[in-house]
Design a protein around this ligand. Sequence first.
Ligand SMILES: Cc1cc2nc3c(=O)[nH]c(=O)nc-3n(C[C@H](O)[C@H](O)[C@H](O)COP(=O)(O)OP(=O)(O)OC[C@H]3O[C@@H](n4cnc5c(N)ncnc54)[C@H](O)[C@@H]3O)c2cc1C
Length: 199
Amino acid sequence: MRYDIVIIGGAIVGSSVAYYLREEGFTGSIALIERDPQFSQAATTLSLASIRQQFSIPENIRLSQFTLKLFRRLKETFGADADIGFREGGYLILAGEAGLPILKANHEAQIAEGADIVLEDAGQLARRFSWLSTEGISAGAYGRGGEGWFDAHALLMLFRKALRERRIDFITASVTGIAREGSRVTGVALDNGETLEAG
Ligand SMILES: Cc1cc2nc3c(=O)[nH]c(=O)nc-3n(C[C@H](O)[C@H](O)[C@H](O)COP(=O)(O)OP(=O)(O)OC[C@H]3O[C@@H](n4cnc5c(N)ncnc54)[C@H](O)[C@@H]3O)c2cc1C
């Protein structure tokens, strides 16, 4: 058996890679290998499933904005029934005097990428969050939009369902070995005794 692309692990990263390969027009063969289709031990389904824009480098902020755009167009992308229960509630990241320069630098990187994050001093924070003790706090960065919580299992199932119409071979098995020729990966061995060649 030979596939142009073999993906090990069918949770959110593996499934979305397969999905976007097809979206970008890749027409070759793709195998998606998953040892546990219930995803009982996957980080995807065990995660806290929250999304934030508050990162320190543009690459991470852009990745998150890409996902946010998908969340905002969920029904257009996956169909009218698509629902991941996305609830927007911003992260609040606090800093004392020592952490303030880092918080400010991060905030500059975030707003340069168009993220809706505000930087507020202790007084402003106390007015916004009446429950907050601002003792020892110099400032806080708060996501006014684009941050919050969602159902990661539901999101994963949307990708998996979409893949069924996109000529992906789902293989339930555990990868036990990776074959190489020099620095090039040429295939994988599975726990059922089969091997798959990989382009
Ligand atoms: C406690 C916790 C909280 C988190 N909270 C967040 C959060 O709030 N927001 C956020 O964005 N991220 C969060 N993360 C990180 C996020 O969950 C991961 O970055 C993401 O789920 C990784 O996806 P993945 O598909 O690479 O890995 P996984 O979801 O772990 O999937 C890997 C898949 O590969 C399969 N697999 C592994 N080895 C083999 C093999 N040899 N053969 C066949 N299949 C195999 C596994 O069965 C599994 O299904 C959190 C992580 C943890 C652990």
